[in-house]
Design a protein around this ligand. Sequence first.
Ligand code: GLY
Length: 350
Amino acid sequence: MCYFCSTIQALVGMNYTINIKDRSQVVVGSVAEWLPRLLPARRVVVVSDTNIDRHYHTLVGEFDHVLIGLGETSKTLHTLDAIYRRFIELGVDRSTFILAIGGGIVTDVAGFAASTFMRGLEFGFVSTSLLGQVDASVGGKNGVNVEGYKNMVGTFTQPRFVICDVSLLRTLSEREFRTGLAEMIKSAIIADEELFSMLEKADFATLQSDAELLQELVYRAISVKASIVERDERESGDRRLLNLGHTLAHAIEKCSSKFNHGEAVACGLHLIAEAACRKGVLAKDACDRITALLARAGFVLEPPVAMSQLLKAVKKDKKAEGDDIYIVLPKNIGSCTVEKMPVADFKKMF
Ligand code: GLY
């Protein structure tokens, strides 16, 4: 359990704490217990969305709120502008602490707003979706989409804390929950074979209600990410590993609105595993295990548009560097490699 020891701070009963870059404390534990401990003793302004606000208003009702709209279409410069205006209206100043409560969209937008307003306010997150807990809210990336390009504008700024309380995941729809599973499976393929085996044994139908198991799975997935961010915070090397499956996933999201992010990632993981297998990088049995786990989790693995259309969208991904692109290839379950290759070579893999 302790192979990410450099980032594990403590394991206290049912609480898991991971420290990233000595600046960001990620806690997998009870929000009621941890929020009062982690909030600084100064003015707090909450950023959330209208849906979340209905569920968690009692938790933070005493603070001023800024609410944004629901869904990926809210992840825009327009929303950011509305938040800045509301901050000004509320008299937010440099000493104000911004608490974002929500899924990946809320934390991405709020983290960007906080890290740029008045050149940067401190902020923390209560992450309320599985996708947010295992990926989006952790590691300091924030941002908004521009012209349909994902996360085109943003910063690397670590939240002071991220609270991941798995009991908050009970209200998620099956589809939203599954969305997070895709990123969890991704983390397992990148660096945690045992997590992958645990997922193979897991009963997906009851996972949402098995708090103890879910807590361990969430903790392990975050540990994979934390250990990578610890080594490469600004994605100049190993952090690229976290983009496993994402080149095609972003293309899928760009070409079709049928799949949400996690569903697109699942399809991207399947396609890249098959391509790595054809290239001789990944053994057939490992590739089959990846496909079987994704299918068992309920993902559709056929892309929603023709492969030729997806590949056309790849060149415009922000991860492209001139004519080259960094592609993450699985070598085994729990081990991946990053290859820089011309976009044309990537396309030839399909
Ligand atoms: N979601 C990928 C990363 O945070 O680097």
